[in-house]
Write a protein that binds this ligand. Structure first.
Ligand SMILES: C[S@@+](CC[C@H](N)C(=O)[O-])C[C@H]1O[C@@H](n2cnc3c(N)ncnc32)[C@H](O)[C@@H]1O
Length: 319
């Protein structure tokens, strides 16, 4: 058994560092712990610190049997200077190939024509800053529940207003924006139905929701590239898919982040319930810069890491 290509269902899980490859003739897996995207810090990241209180040796620690009900305890993990520094160094300002080559260009394309934008779970604000630079966009608000991330966002400035708020209680009136974007955020949110309903509420009729997720079907926990040298088969393994689970994962030394896996239908049905009609879906291949950094993923390059959905607020909420 050996590991090869990184798969990370969430980009924040790793840094494109190749997993070791073994020569024992058994199947090899490209583990879910080594890629970029919603971030993959490797060299140059923050110095290791002792693991948090929930740290366990080995794999991810389950937080709860199902989706957690206390959303505050989930986002709390993002609200520290250390985690913020890790994110800022590893995933912003061009440090991460998936953001630089794929996510931000896609966001720019789909932001065209918008005028007022809410960036839910904005973190240090890279998507907000991008939106503020798009011609025709007059107002950008970024919101995030973490003061540590928002401090960096405010310092990086650029015509964006920031608010401290979680996605399940947006402090904005109905129909306040013509565009809402959420980039690699909802896999960290416990109450997905309430949060997507909030997106629907603050969107004006005809407005758009730009929704970036780690691919919930193909990057499940336990998914990865299998190179079975006995049966001479190579394939992408899908981990448990239908089981919703919340796990606390060590994504770097001393960095523990909660992730929620849920099937794609959970997101789609929440969009439907919020009156959001899907008008576009993209599953792009990992970009070249990512594959250069994580060349073991080359064999699995037809397996997308990112899912993008664009949905439009219809005039009424479907029953
Ligand atoms: C992977 S980062 C993405 C940041 C930013 N969207 C970007 O693409 O650069 C995830 C962000 O989700 C935020 N987050 C976590 N739970 C949240 C919640 N319940 N509501 C809103 N944001 C949340 C975190 O604070 C963090 O900033």
């Amino acid at each position: 058994m050996a590991e090869s290509a990184p798969t990370a269902r969430d980009r924040a899980r790793s840094g494109g560092a190749p997993a070791p490859t073994g020569d024992d003739g058994g199947p090899t897996t490209a583990g879910p712990d080594s890629s970029g995207g919603d971030g993959a810090p490797t060299a140059g990241g923050p110095a290791p610190t002792p693991a948090g209180p929930n740290a366990t040796a080995g794999g991810p620690a389950p937080i709860a049997g199902g989706a957690a009900s206390d959303s505050e305890s989930l986002w709390d993990g993002w609200d520290s200077e250390f985690v913020t520094a890790w994110w800022v160094e590893g995933f912003t300002e061009g440090a991460d190939a998936e953001y630089a080559e794929q996510i931000l260009p896609m966001a720019a394309e789909h932001l065209a024509g918008a005028t007022s934008v809410l960036d839910v779970g904005c973190g240090e604000g890279q998507v907000s800053r991008l939106a503020a630079a798009v011609p025709g966009i007059e107002r950008v608000v970024g919101c995030d529940p973490t003061s540590a991330q928002l401090r960096v966002a405010a310092a990086r400035g650029l015509n964006v207003a920031y608010a401290r708020a979680a996605a399940d209680a947006l402090p904005f009136p109905q129909s306040a924006f013509d565009t809402v974007v959420a980039c690699l955020v909802f896999e960290h949110i416990a109450d997905v139905d309430v949060a997507i309903a909030e997106v629907g509420r603050v969107l004006a009729p005809g407005g758009r929701f730009l929704f970036f997720l780690n691919h919930p079907l193909l990057q499940t926990p336990g998914s990865g590239w299998i190179d079975d040298r006995i049966l001479d088969e190579q394939y992408w393994r899908i981990g448990p898919y239908l089981t919703e689970d919340t796990t606390l994962e060590q994504v770097d030394n001393g960095v523990w982040i909660p992730f929620i896996h849920r099937p794609l239908s959970r997101y789609v049905n929440a969009l439907v319930a919020a009156g959001l009609l899907i008008t576009c879906m993209e599953e792009p291949a990992p970009p070249p810069g990512f594959l250069e950094r994580a060349h073991e993923y080359a064999e699995a390059a037809t397996i997308p890491r990112l899912l993008f959905i664009r949905a439009e607020k219809v005039g009424h909420t479907p029953r």
